[in-house]
Design a protein around this ligand. Structure first.
Ligand code: LMR
Length: 334
């Protein structure tokens, strides 16, 4: 029996349409920290909400702990479309050429999360995200982690204690200047290699929000942790722009909604996760936790104030001014 060609074509088109409709969109979401951190938990939360809101049409696969890519490689992978979503720390955008992001690395620039949110949720945050578009990246949200503290194998009380110590940092010119201002030696090392670098003595110390310090087990290889809270570490959740723009509009809307919920969740748990991690460090008995006195912290703040002047041009003096106005921070008058 012969079928008219137009019937055969119509059937083929129907079959193709049905297959396309049932095809699932996969989002690979890669990150470098442990699952049990603010970012790790928020990524899982987003995956769950994305599945619920898209009724299973989108599956978010989360790869934690640098399982797919290390720091620098993950940004390249996103641009090439090998992964669709990341949440790199804000420091990771400087090497991408968007140096203004390094404003978040400026020492003591935010007193607390309220100050930080004035920037991430205000016009500066929106402008920074827009700068990613020409790089083929769309910024979806800022996620909190927390304030960083210094650790080493010797007590870090006075500024003189930092002298000559090698500190692992993220790849950021501002962070390099921060360590130099304390008389230390900065060493850029991938996050996933930091534990080993501390263990083998490649570096003496590092700086981290406590949730990262604890979940990477750095307390096993650092004798002293000084609660300096001298700088901030948080994230921008980003997607490959071409992928994002190519999604069906309804899926993009549902994912945007899932991201809103995940952002609220991330920002709600960030402090608590860091508090729990600090308890964990203390209970381990392996690292001595020190809280600097008011005077010691002020001395650190003063020693780090010149970083703002030296790195102002790199970050953008006008943007910095805008941030100071929003937060009330003034490095010239401490
Ligand atoms: C780091 O390299 O220290 C951070 O970027 C890790 C993180 O929280 O993503």
């Amino acid at each position: 029996m012969k079928f008219p060609v137009k019937h055969v074509v119509a059937c083929a088109l129907l079959a193709f349409g049905a297959a396309a409709a049932s095809a699932q969109t996969i989002i690979k979401f890669s990150h470098v920290v442990a699952q049990d951190t603010p970012k790790g938990k928020a990524a899982e939360f987003f995956a769950k909400k994305a599945a619920e809101l898209t009724k299973g049409k989108v599956k978010v696969e989360v790869y934690a702990n640098s399982a797919l890519y290390k720091d620098k490689e993950e940004m390249e992978a996103l641009q090439m479309g090998s992964v669709q979503m990341l949440a790199p720390s804000l420091a990771k955008f400087g090497p991408l050429g968007v140096k203004e992001f390094e404003l978040f690395d400026m020492p003591f620039i935010f007193d607390d999360r309220e100050d930080l949110h004035k920037v991430t949720q205000g016009p500066v945050g929106a402008r920074l995200m827009a700068k990613l578009e020409p790089k083929g990246i769309t910024g979806l949200a800022f996620w909190d982690n927390g304030f960083k503290s210094f650790s080493a194998n010797k007590p870090l009380k006075t500024v003189a204690d930092y002298k000559g110590q090698k500190f692992r940092i993220q790849s950021s010119k501002v962070l390099e200047e921060e360590i130099r201002s304390l008389g230390g030696i900065p060493q850029v090392i991938a996050f996933g290699e930091t534990y080993q670098a501390l263990q083998t003595g490649v570096v003496d110390g590092t700086e981290n929000p406590i949730s990262n310090f604890y979940t990477q087990k750095m307390h096993e290889v650092q004798k002293h942790l000084s609660l300096t809270n001298h700088g901030y570490l948080g994230y921008a959740v980003i997607v490959n722009k071409k992928f994002w723009d190519g999604l069906p509009a309804d899926q993009r809307d549902q994912l945007t909604q899932a991201m809103k919920l995940a952002t609220a969740y991330a920002n709600q748990i960030a402090q608590e996760e860091n508090d729990l991690a600090l308890d964990g460090v203390k209970k381990s008995g392996k690292t001595t936790v020190y809280t600097p006195t008011k005077e010691e912290r002020l001395a650190l703040k003063k020693a780090l104030a010149p970083v703002h002047e030296k790195m102002g041009d790199r970050v953008g003096k006008e943007t910095l001014k805008e941030v100071y106005q929003a937060t009330g921070f003034d490095p010239a008058h401490l």
